[in-house]
Each structure stands twice: as structure tokens, then as C-alpha cells.
Design a binder for this molecule. Sequence first.
Ligand code: ZN
Length: 137
Amino acid sequence: MTPEPIMTGLAKGEDLVAFITGLCVANNITKASVQVIGALERARVSVYLQDKREYVEIAYDQPMEILAAPGSVSLKDGKPIVHLHLCLGDMQGRAYGGHATAGNIIFAGEVLITPLPGAPLVRGYDEATGLPLWTKI
Ligand code: ZN
């Protein structure tokens, strides 16, 4: 049976990706769509250098708005993994973004996790990109 959707506030001071992952683990959610809006005390994103096949982290040690944060929940190594991207706004309204890593400290916000029915979605190593992508059907 597909778990019920979760719509809740974010906990100030917590790590964003870890907080959402914890909600998924606690509620047996392994396949879902995720949306977040809110604000961070500081932000950490990464971008993938396609030619070097490595992520580079970008740090924003300042308050940032979460303008949009779409994501997914699937399985990697048998555990739920939250894949979240962040479109962030600074205090002048300029936008930045990337792949959400550890270290995004929540100021306030809202998350909606919508579980999806059907077979589990599993991440595995993809030779063509060097990334842990969904297994092709
Ligand atoms: Zn990503």
C-alpha cells in the first residue's frame, strides 16, 4: 500500500536533505515526488562537471530563500535517497542553484512528499555519465 502524503513544516537548524530523508525512513516512503519552499540559514549545492565526472561544491554562507526545490525519493543500496535540486534567491532576489548536498541549514519552510505507487525505483551506477541514475526499464 502506498503511504499517505506528508505535508509539514521544516525544523529550524536541521539539515534539509537529512530532515527529508528522516521523514521518508520514518514513514516507509521509498518512491515519491518532493517539493520544498522556505529559507535556509546557509546553503550548499553542487554542480556536476560532466567532462571531469565530478561534483564541485558551492557554499553560500548567508541566508537564502528556497525559491523552488523539486526532488525525488528512490532507493540506492536498499535505502531511501532524496535527490533534491535547489533554486535559491539571495537578499537582492538574485537566483542561484544546484544539486542539494549536506549542509543546507533550515531557517523555515514547508515540504510536501507525495508517495507514488508501483515497483521500487532503484539507483545504480551509469557508465555513460558516471552518476547513480535510475535503472532503465
Ligand atoms: Zn542532482
